[in-house]
Ligand binder design. Structure first.
Ligand SMILES: [Zn+2]
Ligand SMILES: [Zn+2]
Length: 197
């Protein structure tokens, strides 16, 4: 290899120098050392970034693994309720017939209210016939709304369906996999609704 004749610019201090080696990038031993340090810093930063990303991913996986059945029930319920609120948008409140509040987002102006409550009939928590959009005041502060809810429900789904809900005492036990499936089922149904299908 021939020694280059033209002067070059040092990669570190930017001064011009006359190279004596073919691939020489720096003007001096000092700049050569500095360049080595710069490269080392760069690959260290790259490595650390990759490590951070891997750590975040494994934390996510761990968090998923640590979720209890209760957590999954909660997440499936949130997805189910969000679907119900979206399904019933535009309908009146199931119990009082008043217009629903405007927002259907989580914590919005109306709830997905269960006819037979999740507390007393947890086996009907994911039954679409048992859950309808209801104004917050009616759902949360209207414990005397049960009779009105039943009347509204009969009008909406028919007496037969209401009586079958009334009589339903079959317990449901869900596995975590089933709860995960319920959650994604309702996430998908909500998406479909929002896309206007
Ligand atoms: Zn230099
Ligand atoms: Zn109401």
């Amino acid at each position: 290899m021939s020694i280059p004749k033209k002067p070059r610019k040092c990669r570190v201090c930017k001064s011009e120098f006359q190279p004596v080696r073919c691939l020489q990038q720096t003007c001096s031993f000092d700049c050569e050392v500095k360049l080595g340090m710069i490269h080392a810093e760069r690959s260290k930063a790259k490595r650390e970034k990759a490590e951070r990303i891997a750590e975040i991913a494994s934390t996510k996986i761990l968090r998923e693994k640590l979720k209890t059945k209760r957590d999954w029930i909660k997440e499936a319920q949130i997805a189910f309720n969000a679907y119900i609120r979206s399904r019933d948008r535009g309908l009146p409140c199931i119990c009082c017939g008043k217009t629903l509040g405007h927002s259907s987002e989580i914590g919005g102006a109306f709830d997905a209210g269960h006819y037979r409550s999740v507390g007393s009939a947890p086996h009907l928590r994911f039954d679409e016939r048992n859950c309808h959009a209801q104004n917050k005041v009616c759902n949360r502060y209207g414990s005397g709304r049960a009779v009105d809810y039943r009347i509204g429900l009969i009008a909406r789904i028919g007496l037969e369906a209401v009586e079958s809900l009334d009589a339903d005492q079959t317990p449901r036990e869900y596995t975590i996999d089933e709860l995960r499936a319920i959650k994604s089922h309702y996430v998908a149904k909500l998406k479909e609704l929002k896309n206007g299908n």
